[in-house]
Design a binder for this molecule. Structure first.
Ligand code: SF4
Length: 275
């Protein structure tokens, strides 16, 4: 069996930075994470063994504790609440997310109404909305069609990982109704993994996507793989291979989501080669 790897796979810049910061902080002592630091169970288990304590995103760690601000960022009020409670923060907000926060804040200062395209409950959006006083969050074309605003100045921004095609549709509907500004706000990392998968697909009889079943970017990658090749499988651990008859294929294309650690990719690749 020949294994062909996607040209771009695994951790994006933001996740890599967050993991590096967590590992450095854990060398000094226990660290709290306000929700899962990344959407990968195997990596979260490894970090927990190093001393990472995962609590609910709404909870406040005890005074004197150290806590990570995740790659998704943090609502400014929540940041103040944590600092006032005596918690030391290690900021692992992804540079792309940070850039969007600063951009939105700047538009807000200049009197713009913000239409934010993203999932209302997503941690990145619950943090981002803290940088505007005048906004609405939408995620569908229907919501864009039904939106009513008399705001003279409008800016449209997206969740960094929002589906680009869907975003363009929603933006087009809004642009037909309003004059608006739309600074770049979608992160290139998931797009580059999708493009690498497209290039890989014709070279392989089956596609194996390494990623967590609870991770949105893994599911997006897997759905893309299925649209390219029906012999596509999402795998998060060795036992997932039990149900897949990969021996039927001579060439396997291997891709991995932006929240899949390299150690896991290497382990699963070795397992595939040995099988
Ligand atoms: S996908 Fe993009 S925005 Fe999200 S953490 Fe990775 S680099 Fe940052």
């Amino acid at each position: 069996m020949q294994i062909i790897k996607a040209k771009v796979m695994g951790y994006c810049t933001g996740v890599k930075l967050a993991i590096n910061k967590a590992e450095a902080a854990l060398r000094e002592g226990p660290v709290y994470s306000l929700g899962a630091l990344i959407h990968n169970k195997a990596e979260m288990e490894r970090l927990k063994l190093l001393g990472l304590k995962v609590i609910n995103a709404n909870e406040v760690p005890p005074a004197g504790a150290t806590a990570m601000v995740r790659a998704h960022g943090l609502h400014p009020q929540k940041r103040q609440e944590l600092l006032a409670a005596g918690v030391t923060l290690i900021d692992a907000t992804c540079p792309f997310v940070l850039n969007n926060q600063h951009t939105l804040q700047s538009y807000n200062t200049n009197g713009y109404f913000a239409i934010i395209i993203g999932q209302k409950e997503h941690a990145e959006i619950t943090a981002l909305v803290g940088f505007s006083h005048n906004y609405v969050v939408i995620s569908t074309v229907t919501e864009a069609e039904q939106l009513v605003t008399l705001a003279p100045k409008i800016v449209v921004m997206a969740q960094t990982t929002f589906d680009k095609t869907n975003y363009e549709h929603i933006k087009e509907v809004l642009a037909n109704r309003y004059t608006l500004e739309a600074p770049p706000s979608i992160c290139p990392a998931p797009l580059s993994r999708l493009k690498a998968l497209e290039e890989l697909s014709p070279l392989a009889e089956a596609l194996v996507i390494i990623g967590d079943k609870d991770s949105a970017n893994s599911l997006t990658l897997c759905n893309k793989a299925l649209s390219l090749n029906k012999n596509s499988f999402l795998v998060e651990k060795e036992s997932d291979f039990d149900k897949i008859f990969l021996k039927n294929y001579h060439t396997i294309g291997l891709a991995a989501s932006a929240s899949s650690p390299s150690w896991l990719i290497n382990n699963l690749e070795l397992f595939l080669q040995e099988d």
